[in-house]
Design a protein around this ligand. Structure first.
Ligand code: S3P
Length: 452
């Protein structure tokens, strides 16, 4: 969505200290405007992520005839049009960089009485869409693509059938697309997953009054009920907090508290992986927000050891691997990631791009088809030294390319805090898709980070 020319200069700052609250959850924000649009009545959303991805989804819904007021930072008032109130838009609907936006909207639009075209930026235009096209086609949808890639041309359709679908990949986006299409089907829709994934769509459909049963790994939606408007208070995004959990773990002398972070167990695999590596994390439950458990998470720098990351954790930390790779590159010993081939079809090929970026800073990392073997530099053995005293195991300065992948840009910025000299990180503009204001927040707690 954004141009690719912006770069950061990142270098060791000071130990990270303080308390911070990261922006709203991206997954919950996308779903909140979609369900608010399809509901009867007015949905009030607070904590909405003001990121390019979620703003793109809201803009698409506006083009489909939904009135959405942005009445303050993170506030959206969505005037729902009901399940059958959307109207055809003129021209293509631009999802920007957002796989979640495109895949969920494909499900939502598959049962409408009008045609739509979904397009995305250069990265999204390379991401696989058969995973949603195939099950939606089995429900009776007609979707044309470019050999399984966007644009998606979705034909008008009033006759979807329910299905009982066994997902070949563990993907909350695929599950959600099918469930949203299921709202328009003539019979019940069941989705079964090879491993449970984030269940925000199920929980929010239930909160909006849909007839849905779900348990980890399975969901059944029965169509026929109207959705009713609800209030959604979006919790802070665990995946954004993750960068600070890793940064404070690896930057000597750090001590941070991340406030009121969403800790849905389908998102928090990184906590377990970091603990396996010896991280010092204290999670204090802080009640619920928007129907989701939230917690304050306290993190201190720690001596990290490499670990074999259990494959069963992969879906619960799928967005956290770029940051985990950085932690592994600075730990003592070897970290093995496997069973994570999905990383190759995210906003970039996250295995290849992280390996190239970390190697440019002197890290030792071998790619495998479904993961990586990372030999740590041992820098975290300096956990109690000040950043300037800590020498052993430092990465080196240089230049690294995030290839337009927001999570890779932020993960390389962490690695740069542990490097000798400056690191130039290129193609960082897409950080604004999920974490607007990351650099200012990071500087505020001690990062050495500025625009080039
Ligand atoms: C998401 C699901 C995950 C995740 C993405 C957000 C969602 O994708 O990587 O950032 O909101 O449903 P997959 O479903 O492709 O695993």
């Amino acid at each position: 969505m954004s141009g690719g020319s912006a770069s950061w200069i990142a270098a060791a700052g000071r130990p990270l200290t303080g308390r911070l609250r990261v922006p709203g959850d991206k997954s919950v924000s996308h779903r909140s405007v979609m369900l608010g649009a399809l509901a009867e009545g007015t949905t009030r959303i607070t904590g909405f992520l003001e990121g390019e991805d979620t703003i793109a989804t809201a803009a698409i819904l506006q083009r489909l005839g939904v009135r959405i007021e942005a009445s303050g930072e993170g506030v959206r008032i969505v005037h729902g049009v009901g399940l059958h109130g959307l109207r055809a838009a003129e021209g293509p609907l631009d999802c920007g960089n957002a796989g979640t936006g495109m895949r969920l909207l494909a499900g939502l639009l598959a049962g409408q009485a009008f045609d739509s075209v979904l397009v995305g930026d250069a990265s999204l235009s390379k991401r696989p869409m058969r995973r949603v096209i195939d099950p939606l086609a089995r429900m009776g949808a007609r979707i044309d693509s470019e050999g399984g890639l966007p644009p998606l041309r979705i034909h008008a359709n009033n006759v979807l059938q329910g299905i009982d679908y066994e997902c070949p990949v563990a993907s909350a986006q695929v599950k959600s697309a099918i469930l949203l299409a299921g709202l328009y089907a003539s019979g019940p829709t069941t989705v079964r997953e090879p491993h449970p994934t984030r269940d925000y769509t199920e929980r929010m459909l239930s909160a909006f009054g849909a007839d849905i049963d779900f348990a980890p790994g399975i969901a059944t939606l029965r169509p026929g009920r109207q959705l009713m408007a609800a209030s959604v208070d979006v919790p802070a995004d665990f995946s954004s907090a993750a960068f600070f959990l890793v940064a404070a773990s690896v930057i000597p002398g750090s001590h941070l508290v991340l406030e009121r972070v969403g800790v849905n167990p389908r998102r928090t695999g990184l906590l377990e992986a970091l603990r396996l590596m010896g991280a010092d994390l204290v999670v204090r439950a802080a009640g619920e927000q928007g129907g989701e458990p939230v917690a304050d998470i306290e993190v201190r720098a720690a001596r990290l050891r490499g670990a074999a990351i259990p494959e069963a954790l992969v879906p619960d930390m799928i967005d956290e691997f770029p940051a985990l790779f950085t932690a592994a590159a600075l730990a003592e010993g070897t970290t093995v990631v496997s069973g994570a081939a999905e990383l190759r079809v995210k906003e970039s090929d996250r295995i290849a791009v992280m390996a190239a970026g970390l190697r440019a800073l002197g890290a030792v990392i071998d790619e495998t088809p479904d993961g990586a073997v990372i030999t740590g530099s041992g820098f975290t053995a300096n956990a109690t030294a000040t950043p300037s005293e800590a020498r052993a195991g430092r990465l080196r300065g240089g230049q690294a390319d995030s290839r337009g992948d927001h999570r890779i840009a932020m993960s390389l910025a962490i690695a740069a805090q542990c490097a000798e000299g400056e690191v130039r990180i290129d193609d960082i503009a897409n950080v604004a898709t999920s974490f607007p204001g990351f650099d200012a927040l990071a500087r505020g707690v001690g990062f050495g980070l500025r625009l080039a």
